[in-house]
Structure formats: structure tokens, C-alpha cells
Design a protein. Structure first.
Length: 101
């Protein structure tokens, strides 16, 4: 019976730590750029776009601008996912728990 209580307590502690990390990720920002800085995208650790910066020169070629926005956004998303994964794996001991990301 005591082992079940200990397991339950450990699970509750893990859940509380995970909730705290996910809350902290909302304020963590990752940035990525493309086109030598022509486009910069900032994304939160919860994968929400925060800002998009575009230099005036980048607006001269719309097709290229679109490609740069996509590239910068995808890179920022990758960085945000890596950040979240590293923070969560510190708590889970590297175990991949379905539904966390």
C-alpha cells in the first residue's frame, strides 16, 4: 500500500513540474532568420509566433520573401521544439511520454 502512495506522490510531483515547465515555455522565445537577416521570426516555446521582422529590401521580390518567411518560421519552430524537448526531458529523465509535445 505504501508503494502505491509513493508512486502516486511521485506522479503528482512529476505532473506539477511538467506544468511549471510548460508554463515557463510560454515566455521562452526562440529566434531564427533567413536571407542573411532579411527576415527574422520569433516563436515562443509553446510554438506561437511572437514577431516577424522584414527588412525593406526583402519586399522587392515577393516570391523570395515568402520563401524566406517559411524558412525562418520553420527554423524557429525547430528551435522552439528543441528547447521544449530539452526542458521536458530534464524532468522525464529522457523518457518520451506521449502527448507532451
Amino acid at each position: 500500500m505504501t508503494m502505491n502512495k509513493n508512486l502516486l506522490r511521485q506522479a503528482q510531483q512529476l505532473q506539477a513540474r511538467m506544468a511549471k515547465i510548460q508554463e515557463e515555455l510560454e515566455s521562452e522565445i526562440t529566434e531564427a532568420g533567413a536571407g542573411g537577416g532579411a527576415v527574422k521570426v520569433a516563436i515562443s516555446g509553446k510554438l506561437k509566433v511572437q514577431t516577424v521582422e522584414i527588412t525593406p529590401e526583402a519586399t522587392e521580390d515577393i516570391e523570395m520573401l515568402q520563401d524566406l518567411i517559411v524558412a525562418a518560421t520553420n527554423e524557429a519552430i525547430d528551435k522552439a521544439q528543441e528547447l521544449a524537448q530539452s526542458r521536458l526531458s530534464a524532468v522525464t529523465g529522457g523518457f518520451n511520454i506521449p502527448g507532451l509535445m
